[in-house]
Design a protein around this ligand. Sequence first.
Ligand code: ARG
Length: 464
Amino acid sequence: MTKSENKKLWGGRFSEASSGITERISESISYESRLYKQDIKGSMTHARMLKKIGILTQGELDDIIKGLSQIQLEIESGDFQFRVSLEDIHMNIESALTDRIGEAGKKLHTARSRNDQIALDLRLYLREESGITKSMLTELVLLIAEIASKHTDIVMPGYTHLQIAQPVRFSHHILVYAWQLLRDIERLSGVIKACNIMPLGVGSLSGVNYKNDRQFLKDELGFEKITENSMDTVSNRDFVLDFLYFASVLGMHFSRLCEELVLWSTSEFNFIKLADKVTTGSSIMPQKRNPDVAELIRGKTGRLYGNLFSLLTSLKGLPLTYNRDLQEDKEPLFDSIDTVKLSIEGIHEMLSSMKINRERMTAQIYSNFSTATDLADYLVKKGVPFRESHEIIGSVVQYCEKDNADFFKLPLEKLKEFSDKFSEDIIEILNPEKSTERKESEGGTSTGEVVKQIDSIKKLIKEL
Ligand code: ARG
């Protein structure tokens, strides 16, 4: 195995170079390079603080800022060479800085450790990514609200146990996903809050031997407050777990939505048609149109849960304070961030392009006795105790099944055989399309309540 010829920044006390396997196990730069912006921003702010407390001269500060800006440009134009032998983002950038500006670069790491540096980079990065994710989710909620408000007139079967239960408005059904996402957004706001505490300046674990100015760092970096225990600061990854939990719940919600999109687009349900651009064909069966995007997003829930469990397990039983195990936080986090953003885009594309088959949805409410509860309540309103009316309607259903009679077209004389309380007005009650309008209870599926829901979702979005 080749040994690196690159001198380590911590090389002083070592007489032997790292072995190849040590480098390969230790390195994080292969996935951590995405933190370059946050690392540079943190270093610039740290340097300004060092100047403020008299550790750097103005000239040294100027050189550091210039050097770091130059490195940022090189990274963004693809000209920067990240080196595995330099292990992580911090040492890659610091070493490049010293190569470019000389002596002043060697002073940058005064009063700082990679332990507080990574805690900062990660919080800055996650705060930004959570903000982006939050606006993507907000867009998705607005899309669902828009689909709902365009289709308030469609009635479809509502299910329990995946058996037709009662008629509902399609808008009512689809808005469930908006409510789920609103709760996800709330959890994400909690992640942002957890990220918003400034860790830099605690050193490796106990504080630093300088009267540094952490309030200055906090203000410059736009944090709400500073961490108050140096040891907690370098060992805490709860804010990462918060995101991974948020992502797991979101994944679970997405998997339920995707499952419905898959079911609804089957020929058996035929409630929706997914657009060609979000479906794929089969290499052997020429007729196939498969809902792969929905299936993949449903499947990705597995990795979102896995990422949460991966970090929970890495953190379990760690003694205070920093342990290298903590480096294992990044790949699960990055994967969950990428997966969440990819999934939001996929769901957005599917929902915005799907065709809703209103005829089929409405036709299906005429099966499986979807207004049986309405009929039972009809008798209750005529003075029959609910348990009794439940029993009576049960016998009506049994009769229809035995005699193959159409429940929705039962003549009044027939119904009267089951109860003398039935009269002409029963026609209204049997009509499943009218059933939804009777669900006037707050949060019910009547048009009025659905419209109210859409308004309150829009209002909640504005308040975010
Ligand atoms: N790459 C490390 C991490 O992600 C940075 C901190 C390294 N600290 C150390 N003492 N080796 O956690």
